[in-house]
Design a protein. Structure first.
Length: 562
């Protein structure tokens, strides 16, 4: 009986003890959050009075030694005490409450009693309530517009001469810097599929114990892909050109372009005519397998490596930039009409590929189509061209504006031509550096002018998954025209300014959408993109017949009004 009671006591004791124990991932994730919070909130840290990287290096061994919540909290609390007093201050907001956007501000982890003691939580809450209100030492704003709100950039982020991915402390510094930049300064963080704290928890083991350098960089790339942001980027080869990634030897490309339609890679453009003839490749060929892989196989292969706001952009990136192969020929299985084929085709080397892609682009600026319908290809039109073009098309009975591409900065000039009066078309949020994680609404974006001679014909704006960033902004602006509709398919879902950041110089260069973009009524554009009024997508039969079905539908709309 005594032995039984002793075993029961030991079991209960061990169970209670294990509940208080923290895993390495738990400790490092919480340390990351505290380190970033203090970096932007604590008055003595945010003002630059400490070497904050060295502070991290000094605290990591103590964090590693701590086993329980109490031990860990004591380590962190002692650390904070050494940073100096945080005096009570009165926070006075510069704007009324309705001018602030709070969906990204989440400091609830401060109250998480699973990882933090009550005393530590109170100390962190005190810092939040008396946060730094001066000029941030590690991040600053470049003024770019008349409203006085600009783009953010990092500053005073040092890289030591002995920095190497092989040292754990440097790998953690890289991750901690990036995670906190997103946590406090990415306006669309609240839109990602996965909770940002969960992203940190999941990626930490891959950063702490990477198999090799390639695996480490792919872990960082996966973290970037978790943003679900078509603006986001992290190019491994740009950081170390001698690093052999899985794609390093994939230098051969298809001599044709494909669109992904109905789970087929469908030939949509011929780049190298000679190779396409030699391979007997025709427009509209529906390829089920490329080098033994289906569309779904390629999605699984690349979904954690391609930052994409939505599935339309993910598929576009796979088909346009990730169909590369190590061998000079591959096997394809495809259908042409009712006939099925399996054969090997010769690929094109990268030396000539990009030149052929450039040659295949539509270089025309504008034209008058049959039926007196004007057509503008905004990719090729510069502001200096626009005045003479508008003189030609102003008498057209309808106008098609093609931004299934990346246009130049002509949207405001075009809006003046299309609108009868000024129109609101967008509003944005930008970071509040006085309260990192909170955002401020900008003044409404307005286009057009009082213009009794505005263009009175029907206007159709063409978009698709290649309508990205400034293309989407342009579509929002031109859509305000009195007689305009948007036609096509879902856009890339990354509207607005792209911010570029050097997280660690020569090691981690990245970007993401820097301002949140909304319609005047508050509807979101991030990840959603520009939703067409009339959806039209290319089909296999249309490509086989070499038709631009979206353009043809726009002509039909102008002719019939429906």
């Amino acid at each position: 009986m005594k032995n039984y009671l002793l075993l029961l006591f030991l079991f209960v004791f061990q169970l209670g003890f294990s509940k208080d124990q923290l895993t390495e991932t738990d400790k490092l994730a919480t340390t990351c959050k505290v380190w970033g919070f203090l970096k932007y909130y604590h008055p003595n840290v945010a003002s630059g009075k400490f070497n904050w990287d060295e502070e991290l290096y000094s605290i990591l061994p103590k964090v590693e030694e701590a086993k329980t919540k109490e031990e860990f909290s004591t380590v962190i609390e002692d650390w904070i005490n050494r940073l100096g007093e945080v005096p009570k201050i009165k926070i006075v907001d510069a704007f009324p409450k309705e001018n602030y956007f709070y969906k990204n501000l989440d400091l609830s982890w401060i109250q998480n009693n699973k990882f933090l003691s009550t005393s530590l939580s109170k100390k962190l809450k005190h810092i939040e309530e008396n946060r730094y209100q001066g000029q941030q030492y590690y991040i600053y704003e470049i003024i770019e517009d008349s409203e006085g709100t600009g783009i953010l950039n990092l500053q005073n982020e040092k890289t030591t001469e002995d920095f190497t991915w092989e040292k754990k402390q440097f790998r953690l510094l890289t991750l901690f810097r990036y995670w906190n930049v997103i946590e406090y300064f990415a306006p669309n963080k609240y839109k990602i599929d996965k909770d940002w704290s969960s992203c940190l928890q999941d990626i930490l083991p891959k950063i702490v114990n990477p198999k090799d350098e390639v695996s480490y960089h792919y872990a960082l790339l996966e973290m970037v892909a978790n943003l679900n942001d078509s603006h986001a980027s992290y190019y491994i080869m740009d950081h170390n050109r001698h690093l052999k990634t899985l794609e390093y030897n994939c230098v051969n490309m298809l001599p044709f372009e494909v669109d992904i339609i109905d789970n087929y890679f469908v030939v949509s453009k011929l780049y190298n005519d000679a190779l396409c003839v030699k391979n007997d490749i025709q427009m509209g060929d529906a390829i089920e397998k490329l080098d033994g892989k289906t569309v779904q196989d390629y999605i699984e292969l690349h979904k954690n490596k391609i930052p994409a706001s939505n599935n339309a952009y993910l598929l576009n990136q796979i088909s346009k930039f990730h169909l590369r192969f190590p061998n000079k020929e591959i096997e394809i299985s495809f259908s042409r009409g009712k006939n099925n084929f399996v054969k090997k085709i010769e690929l094109q080397g990268s030396d000539n590929y990009f030149g052929d892609v450039e040659k295949s682009k539509n270089k025309e600026k504008y034209k008058i189509l049959e039926g007196n319908i004007g057509y503008l290809n905004l990719e090729n039109i510069y502001p200096k061209n626009l005045e003479e073009i508008l003189l030609v098309i102003k008498e057209a009975k309808g106008l098609i504006i093609d931004i299934r591409n990346y246009p130049h900065d002509v949207h405001l000039l075009l809006a003046d031509f299309l609108n009868s009066k000024p129109k609101e078309f967008a509003k944005q949020i930008y970071s509040d550096l006085k309260y990192p994680g909170r955002y401020i609404w900008e003044e409404m974006q307005v286009c057009g002018k009082e213009n009794p001679n505005y263009y009175k014909g029907k206007v159709v704006i063409l978009v698709n998954e290649e309508s990205f960033s400034h293309s989407e902004w342009t579509a929002m602006c031109l859509r305000t025209a009195d007689n305009a509709i948007v036609m096509g398919s879902q856009t890339a879902g990354a509207d607005g300014t792209n911010f570029n950041f050097k997280i660690v110089m020569f090691h981690f260069l990245t970007s993401f959408t820097g301002k949140g973009v909304f319609y005047p009524d508050g509807r979101e554009t991030q990840r959603i993109g520009i939703v067409p009024d009339i959806e039209v997508k290319p089909t296999i039969d249309g490509l086989r017949g070499m038709k631009d079905e979206v353009l043809n539908r726009a002509i039909e709309y102008i002719e019939t009004g429906k």
